[in-house]
Design a binder for this molecule. Structure first.
Ligand SMILES: Cc1cc2nc3c(=O)[nH]c(=O)nc-3n(C[C@H](O)[C@H](O)[C@H](O)COP(=O)(O)OP(=O)(O)OC[C@H]3O[C@@H](n4cnc5c(N)ncnc54)[C@H](O)[C@@H]3O)c2cc1C
Length: 490
């Protein structure tokens, strides 16, 4: 499906005036003076950049504008595959001159139409630098580098970065809105492991942010997301990971209550080096899936332990005593194989999600969860997940970024795959059932990285944080042209 935008509002270079309040979305404030036309502006963009510019006239437009979550039907004005950091700067200056908003969307794992509609959307894949400094324990990565690519580069170094479940999101994208990692219980949030950020701000100025350089913007970008400019590269701290033991155990879904019980027992005493996630899965009857899982439902525990197999197995004892293990995928893993633990899809797919943070996981809530998504529930969810957080996630960190600690010990995440539109109401109905099941212990907050596309980031940022982020945005993007999937509304 295409959206042929033939004209759009543009301003000349001298007509831009800072707005009183920063905004991330053009819907709040209409553009000032319509001027120019799309064809001229796009021709001007093509003159200024080296990378490829796609527009609605392009036969490959639908592919170019597509997000990883393919059900988000975003309609940018144009898509630029940037060639290098100079292209980012040229693109923002063009956007300023023509009165167009701009956003970065390397993969679209967390696509929000509001951030992308009508904008110049930048694909940063070509910014693929990975420079690992084993001595300093830091790595510079370009804005196109995926989490799995940095993990692969760290293989054999005995170091890791704060990677999440899926190897496909970019290091930049997942880190600037929190970075909920397998290793967060040991080392905290990905956002707080950022050492340096280089970005092009909303006026096309290069800025370097660190604890010593522009500390307020440095605070803002570590949890405030992509609202302050387009990041070209980032330096992240690396952490010791001499060995990794982990994987998954799967049982038939009928064992859900027993496995959830074991999960609560194991997480009550787990050391920071051990992270456990509880899952239920419903695999569709697709022929491309392996026979042992095709069309079947399972309950599972996934584990990542920064330590050896003997110790790791000792901690998994509560699960080993649950009968009927259908698959045992535990083992010693190279860091590059971290993504195999959750084994999530990396190819674009439709998805709807819902998430909650829990103050605790008590008997009543556990029973309510089993009733809501267990064997007899009729749940249409593809994945239901409970992540154990706590330990360093909850710690107050000196010089922390704007994300702030996650004090809740558990996060719940539900994923539905609307393979056909008719499934959408059933999935939303199931999200409501899950919300009811956890309501007694729901903290009312939702992790920024797990917000559904139509949810307000105020479910994570406090009013005080939003006001401070808005002030930082005013400094970096006084014209309010940089849009983010997590808009800052003070
Ligand atoms: C299957 C799956 C598993 C996930 N697991 C985890 C997990 O374990 N832990 C976790 O923390 N999160 C997780 N997430 C959430 C994920 O981290 C976010 O979706 C993240 O935003 C993805 O980053 P991206 O750049 O790949 O996504 P995109 O959707 O391409 O970008 C998201 C936003 O990031 C900002 N952004 C990206 N690059 C730049 C840049 N160069 N400059 C400025 N802004 C930029 C933009 O505002 C953009 O709107 C998961 C998501 C999915 C779909």
């Amino acid at each position: 499906m295409t959206n042929s935008t033939s004209t759009f509002e543009t301003r000349g270079p001298h007509e831009n005036t800072p707005r009183d309040t920063p905004r991330d979305t053009p819907r709040d404030t209409p553009r000032d003076t319509p001027r120019g036309n799309t064809a001229h502006a796009i021709a001007d963009l093509r003159r200024r950049v080296v990378g490829t510019v796609h527009t609605a006239e392009d036969p490959a437009w639908d592919r170019a504008r597509m997000a990883w979550t393919v059900n988000v039907d975003q309609q940018p004005l144009a898509v630029l595959e940037v060639h290098d950091a100079d292209d980012v700067q040229a693109a923002i200056r063009w956007a300023v001159d023509h009165g167009v908003d701009v956003t970065a969307q390397p993969t679209g794992h967390s696509a929000v139409s509001e951030a992308a509609d009508g904008v110049l959307l930048l694909r940063t894949r070509a910014l693929d630098e990975i420079s690992v400094d084993v001595q300093r324990r830091t790595a510079w990565v370009g804005a196109g580098v995926k989490s799995g690519e940095l993990l692969a580069a760290l293989d054999g170094t005995g170091l890791t970065f704060l990677a999440g479940s899926n190897p496909d999101p970019t290091v930049v994208g997942m880190t600037i809105t929190g970075g909920i990692s397998w290793f967060g219980r040991s080392f905290g949030l990905g956002a707080d492991s950022v050492v340096t950020v280089e970005l092009v701000d909303g006026l096309g100025r290069l800025r370097r942010l660190s604890a010593d350089e522009e500390p307020e913007l440095f605070w803002a970008v570590r949890g405030g997301g992509g609202s302050f400019g387009i990041i070209t590269r980032i330096e992240v701290a690396l952490h010791p990971a001499p060995s990794l033991y982990g994987g998954r155990l799967l049982w038939p879904l009928e064992q859900m209550a027993a496995v959830l019980d074991a999960f609560r027992t194991a997480t009550a005493t787990a050391p920071p080096e051990l992270t456990l996630w509880f899952h239920t899965y419903q695999f569709p009857p697709f022929p491309e899936l392996p026979e042992p899982i095709r069309g079947k439902s399972f309950v599972s525990v996934a584990a990542a332990y920064l330590g050896n197999a003997v110790e790791g197995e000792r901690m998994l004892a509560p699960f080993r005593s649950v009968k009927g293990i259908a698959m045992d995928l535990m083992g010693e893993l190279p860091m590059a194989a971290l993504g195999s633990i959750a084994d999530e899809p990396t190819e674009p797919m439709p998805g709807l999600q819902s998430s909650h943070l829990l103050r605790e996981l008590d008997d009543q809530t556990a029973a309510a969860i089993v009733a809501a998504v267990g064997p007899d529930s009729g749940s249409p969810l593809t994945v239901f997940q409970i992540r154990h957080l706590g330990a360093a996630f909850a710690a107050e960190v000196a010089d922390a970024g704007s994300h702030g600690p996650v004090t809740e010990p558990y996060s719940v995440f539900a994923l539905g795959v609307p393979a056909v539109p008719e499934l959408v109401p059933a999935i939303h109905g199931q999200f409501a059932r899950v919300a009811d099941a956890v309501s007694a212990v729901d903290s009312g907050r939702t992790l920024l990285n797990f917000l559904e596309s139509d949810q307000d980031p105020a479910l994570w940022w406090s009013a005080g944080t939003r006001a401070r982020l808005a002030a930082a945005k005013q400094v970096a993007d006084p014209l309010g042209i940089v849009r983010s999937n997590r808009p800052i509304r003070s």
